[in-house]
Ligand binder design. Sequence first.
Ligand code: PMP
Length: 387
Amino acid sequence: MIYLDHNATTRPLPKVISAMNACMQDCWGNPSSKHPLGQEARRELAAARAEVGLLLRAQPVEIIFTSGATESNHHVLHGALHRPEMPRRIILSAIEHAGYMKSALRLRQEGVTVDLLPVDSAGRVRLDALREMLQQDAALISVMAANNETGVLQPVREIAAMARERGIPMHVDATQMLGKLPLSFAEWGADLMSVSAHKLHGPKGIGALVVRKGLTWSSLLSGQQERARRGGTENLAGIVGFAAAARHARETLETEAARQTALREALEAGLIEQVPGVTIYGAEAERLPNTVCLTVAGMSSDKLLDRLERRGIFASSGAACSSGGSDPSHVLLAMGVAGNVALGAIRLSLGRDTQLADISEVVATLRAVAEANDAAGSNPEAPAPAH
Ligand code: PMP
């Protein structure tokens, strides 16, 4: 099996699994209990928070553990609309994660103005458009650090500075960037940040919302945990697993980012040279080391993925979360790609286990698949070519 779906999720590291096992066996107290078992759990929680803070470059008090980035993003929306002094208007990039985008757009039915910040054809948000949008006040600006479908990096620092100047809270969804490239909440100057552990070889169902020290953000879940900012007994085993994954990421990040960048470059060079009709999206922009979003002319994503899967190569179309749907990716549409073309997009996302031999096999397989498709002539299932 060649697994090229690391943006969907990653395999938990053995050290993550053993840290979680040990926690569940030996440290199962409730961190809110006053007795020694509870206090031991409380110490584990504090140690894990400090470790995660090192990777996020955030202070431990700024970190609120959640069930993942989806929850963190929803805390952000909730808080933005519960500040009576702020207008009922939010600005989101047009390429945010599908689930988050859906909840934000639903707010229009409640009278909230939701403005979508456009991107250019390479998939980068347009700062000129943001400047224009900032003529009017807003309760939130939300832009992801790296897109999950194309891997394109966004100018987070510049946006945070523009937001700061206007006194508008800025949120960054750094879910896809964490563990793949160095990042710094402190240096970015953002007010809020969402992350998730399962994208960096940690467990699923655990993530964090980072809230800048001094910023009060209304809580979505009432309760005394997490300094009354997120109620619910802490998922301590998940948090300990997140910390183990964060530590591993921190210790290996730079070498792994360089290694995966070289693999991605080899993959793209091979695709361009050998696969007829291939187009790579976002190639002109700075991207994550591991992500390639592509179409092969005349082939639907379902057919491409099926042919790859038959040869033991696992990938997904656009966002794994929207796989199976028949709608084209909102990310590619925002980049100006025609709907019928976007329906053919697949995402190959490399990871820590990916080797050079895998890259050669993927290129050879895609070449064979594209050539067989060409030889078979026009296919009634396939999207029409681009116009
Ligand atoms: N934001 C982005 C950019 C993502 O890629 C994902 C995961 N696909 C999420 C949010 C949701 O994360 P989680 O699975 O932790 O809810």
